[in-house]
Design a protein around this ligand. Structure first.
Ligand code: NAP
Ligand code: HSE
Length: 418
């Protein structure tokens, strides 16, 4: 066991939890947090710090330059300063634990280069994906002799909490977002949560582990839609379909070796494993050749679940001496994912023969229609047979040009069948 003198960046939701969990078992765990770096030294904190062991600083370099500190916990967030801190710490031979999925997903290849160039460097990041669920550990160890065909997950606590409250209790979007922020689930800028960018970072990381390669060319190439355009009408249609709505990240191995990675809200049928995941809960369903479908569920955000993952990483790093660089083979992406889709498109009132016209448009795009539903005067809902994203996009663009089209954009999402 290596003894860790830890310098921690961040003393907020996650940092406070890490401090409490590490220090309550110190010194028997051979770890102590000796410095905490925050932005504002005068801000009141909601956790007690032992001043005889731990000091505060607002100078990030004071931790990096402190040779008595051999381990860094980065729970500060952001992709600028945090990147410099992690890279410098790794180069100096300090063990690093981070919860920062945005940074890992955006700068994965650069970090791997640093790890490869510094064989003694160690980087762990269990807390970066799905909060308290040990999904990184599982993907790194449990599928080594297996072949993963898909990873599908609810990977964001904020939006799952919001969708649950809106769907089950009719809560208003703005109100429930504020609640999620108050509970410590949301990112500093919650746009990352509600527009799907947080899930995009996480599914990028999961797909790299699942398929043993790296995504080259940036995370922006991943198709990504969040929950901000979902309306009460979508919830009403979901109820008609005996389903709910979840924000889902998917990474699926396609024929020919390409990988389809995307983030989208989905209509999730009640019998599907993801349908019952409520509140800030997360779940990842991994399908593989030997195991079939395995679901890993648990708390996806919040102080103690996330801190627990950071602390588990610290224990693992303290016990191991191995480096953590991953494969840098490039994964070939296929953004044109397939499935059965739900399409809700707005219509102007009092038009006859709309269903027939929808059928003609769908046929032109090679899209089979399973059913057409109408729950309100202002929109129609179409459920398609299996088809590709590009066909649905083409159909929606065509529907928008018809004389019966309303002013708003069509909203579509794939359907996860039970
Ligand atoms: P938070 O509550 O906002 O805390 C961030 C902390 O970092 C604050 O103490 C802040 O200082 C400090 N900080 C920010 N910028 C800094 C800078 N430039 N220099 C020095 N200190 C700085 O955030 P959090 O929820 O704990 O999240 C931290 C990280 O964990 C993020 O990467 C997030 O994505 C990740 N994460 C969070 C959760 C969760 O449930 N919250 C779960 C998994 C992963 P001040 O307090 O002085 O402002
Ligand atoms: N904002 C993130 C979420 C934190 O809501 O899931 C956990 O990564």
């Amino acid at each position: 066991m290596t003894s860790f003198n830890i310098g921690m960046y961040g003393g907020g939701t996650v940092g406070g939890g890490v401090y409490e969990l590490i220090m309550k078992n110190s010194p028997s765990n051979n770890m102590k947090i000796t410095k905490i770096c925050v932005r504002d030294l005068n801000k009141p904190r909601d956790f007690q710090v032992d001043g005889s062991i731990t000091s505060w600083t607002a100078d990030p370099d004071s931790i990096l330059e402190d040779d008595s500190i051999n381990c860094i916990v980065e729970v500060m967030g952001g992709t600028g300063l945090a990147k410099r801190i992690i890279e410098t710490a790794l180069k100096k031979g300090k063990a690093v634990v981070t919860a920062n999925k945005a940074l890992l997903a955006e700068h994965w290849n650069e970090l791997q280069k640093v790890l490869k160039a510094n064989p003694k460097a160690r980087l762990a990041w269990e807390a970066a994906v799905c909060g308290g669920i040990p999904i990184i550990q599982i993907l790194q160890t449990a599928y080594q002799g297996d072949e993963i065909s898909s990873v599908t997950g609810i990977c964001n606590g904020t939006t799952n909490f919001m969708l649950t409250q809106m769907f089950q209790h009719g809560a208003a979007y703005d109100q429930v977002l504020k609640e999620a922020q108050g509970l410590g689930y949301a990112e500093v800028d919650p746009t990352a949560d509600v527009e799907g960018h947080d899930v995009r970072a996480k599914i990028v990381l999961l797909s790299q582990l699942a398929y043993g390669g790296s995504i080259v060319g940036g995370v922006e190439q991943i198709p990504c839609k969040g929950i901000s355009k979902i309306t009460e009408d979508d919830f009403a249609y979901a109820r008609l379909l005996k389903a709910t709505i979840k924000l889902v990240g998917t990474a699926r191995r396609m024929e020919g070796g390409k990988v389809s990675v995307y983030v989208t809200p989905a209509i999730v049928e009640e019998r599907h494993a993801l349908a019952s995941i409520d509140g800030a809960g997360n779940a990842v369903v991994v399908e593989s050749k030997n195991l079939g479908a395995c679901a890993y569920t648990g708390p996806g955000a919040g102080r103690y679940p996330t801190a627990n993952s950071v602390v588990a990483d610290l224990y693992r790093l303290s016990a191991s001496t191995t480096a953590a660089a991953a494969s840098d083979d490039a994964l070939t992406l296929d953004p044109n994912y397939a499935g059965s889709f739900y399409i809700r498109f707005p219509v102007a009132k009092k038009h006859a023969g709309i269903v027939g016209k929808i059928g003609v448009c769908a046929e032109q795009h090679g899209v089979g229609i399973r059913s057409v539903l109408k729950n309100t005067d202002k929109d129609f809902c179409v459920i398609t047979e299996d088809c590709q994203l590009s066909q649905v996009e083409g159909l929606c663009a065509d529907l928008a040009k018809q004389d019966f089209a309303g002013n708003d954009e069509a909203l579509f999402m794939p359907i996860l069948s039970g």
